[in-house]
Design a protein around this ligand. Structure first.
Ligand code: KMH
Ligand code: ZN
Length: 274
């Protein structure tokens, strides 16, 4: 089997220090967490940033600080979130792409998100996809519900996405797709053979779904954006601790962990640009 790509989602937009006091928030903390996560086996860093008060923001200067620091201290693929936080406008969410990260997320549909709505109408999806094409940014297509896979293939037909496609199956968000084996099997079957994918299980589903993904030949995402616990009732000490667990499980299952350049090769991305 192909080597395993581990993505680490360091902080997200919703997790707070009340959920886990070890949550990295400032650009310097995010860079330190990225270094540790990479040492433990991560090759992609999924990046959200926070304002000085800890609230989610799409401020380009803050993204630039965090991006520059992470690039200076790791050779990870840095993947910007275009999802941001619920309620953010298209204009806010698209602006950081001007910094030309190697990769960025692209959610191909609207979905309930807890008590909120993660809003991604066709106009937004097209704008993100076009900008990523113009700037040569590799999209990671985020799937929160099954129909979003069909939407992604429709974008290929319209010339807005160019294969090879890479997906992330985000499973177990309250209000969205469930996180069971049947759901995973259905989604992987719907993707077909010609794509790569990772699985992000939310909360207690992180380890079980990640393990299933590793066994199936998929890739895996972990981190405080998705889950703050190591075991039930026991907080994780760091993002790196969650990455290290996945790397250990992969080893037991006979999969080696990809280094960043190996991840670029698997995803058919050019070698790192600065
Ligand atoms: N914070 C969620 C509303 C992404 O990064 O692209 C959206 C999200 C997805 O986290
Ligand atoms: Zn995110």
């Amino acid at each position: 089997m192909e080597k395993l790509i581990i993505t680490c989602a360091l902080c997200g937009a919703e997790t707070t220090t009340a959920d886990n006091p070890n949550l990295p928030l400032t650009p310097a903390e995010l860079a330190d967490a990225a270094v540790e996560a990479c040492r433990s086996g991560a090759s992609i860093i999924h990046l959200h940033v926070r304002a000085e008060d800890g609230k989610p923001t799409m401020d380009v200067e803050i993204f630039k600080k965090a991006h520059d620091l992470i690039k200076a201290s790791t050779d990870a693929i840095v993947q910007f979130s275009t999802g941001g936080a619920v309620g953010m406008s298209l204009e806010e969410r698209i602006k950081p792409l001007d910094l030309q990260p190697e990769m960025a997320t692209l959610t191909t549909g609207t979905v309930n998100f807890g008590n909120d709505v993660f809003y991604n109408p066709p106009e937004y999806i097209i704008a993100f996809a076009q900008k990523m094409q113009q700037l040569n940014i590799k999209p990671e297509i985020e799937i929160f519900e099954g129909g979003m896979i069909k939407n992604a293939f429709h974008l290929v037909k319209k010339g807005l996405l160019t294969p090879p496609l890479h997906f992330d199956l985000v499973m177990g968000v309250p209000g969205a797709m469930g996180a069971g084996l049947r759901e995973l099997a259905y989604l992987v079957e719907s993707l077909g053979e010609a794509v790569t994918y990772s699985v992000a299980g939310i909360g207690r589903h992180e380890t079980t779904l990640g393990t299933m993904a590793i066994a199936l030949g998929g890739h895996v995402r972990v981190g405080f954006e998705d889950n703050v616990f190591y075991h039930k009732g026991i907080l994780a000490k760091s993002n790196a601790q969650l990455v290290a667990r996945m790397a250990r499980i992969a080893k037991e299952l006979g999969r080696e962990v990809a280094k960043p350049d190996e991840a670029r090769a698997i995803l058919q991305m050019p070698t790192r640009r600065n």
